[in-house]
Design a protein around this ligand. Structure first.
Ligand code: ACO
Length: 164
């Protein structure tokens, strides 16, 4: 990411008084029902550009020392500039500092760019929830003509020695 952009970004935990950025959350997860299910137990982190919310990620305690990124999104017109990478790194640092041993993320079989990004950032595929999107979402989801049927799970260990 160019330093001029990085210097204008600020990632922080959302306060209970902050509006929930549903427009962004819905970019990553088209089901409001699913979002409402994981939000109450999660922490929301917002990414602000000049104090305007342009990105979000959601950290969920998945048990056994594992944090799950349930949702990550960047405003349409700002995608492809390195902000997603920055948010993933931020999520890993915060999860590690909070004492988690591992961080995981799930994405659809049709989300080719996201699979590229997560693996590029050190996440490795460890499993698949077969037919997850067919069974849990009311409407069929297609991306670039590929039906999103299964959730591919990726994870990354967070070695304790590297906590900041
Ligand atoms: N297609 C192809 N490549 C992609 C795509 C895509 N859709 N998205 C990201 N990439 C690649 C880029 O090529 C880039 O690699 P490079 O720097 O080596 O060229 C790399 O991933 C990083 O891109 P960033 O610019 O850091 O990512 P961005 O700021 O666009 O954020 C994100 C990525 C969050 C996935 C964003 O595109 C977005 O909000 N998409 C819509 C919502 C979404 O799909 N969220 C994830 C769903 S899964 C979940 O939430 C758990």
């Amino acid at each position: 990411m160019v330093p001029e952009l990085k210097n204008r970004l600020h990632v922080r935990k959302a306060e209970s008084t902050d509006p929930i950025p549903y427009d962004l959350l819905l970019l990553a997860d088209p089901s409001m029902t699913a979002i409402e299910k994981y939000l109450p137990a999660s922490e929301i982190y917002v990414c602000e550009l000049d104090e305007v919310c342009i990105g979000v990620y959601v950290l969920y305690p998945a048990g056994n020392g594992i944090a799950e990124i349930k949702n990550i999104a960047v405003k349409d017109e700002l995608q492809g500039k390195g902000i997603g990478k920055h948010l993933l790194a931020d999520a890993c640092t915060r999860a590690k500092n909070a004492g988690y041993d591992r961080i995981i993320i799930g994405t659809g079989n049709s989300s080719i760019g996201q699979l590229f990004l997560y693996q590029q950032q050190g996440f490795e595929i460890f499993g698949m929830k077969m037919n997850f999107f067919m069974e849990n979402y009311d409407e069929p989801i297609f991306e670039d003509g590929i039906q999103c049927k299964h959730m591919i799970m990726l994870g990354k260990d967070l070695p304790a020695g590297s906590r900041e």
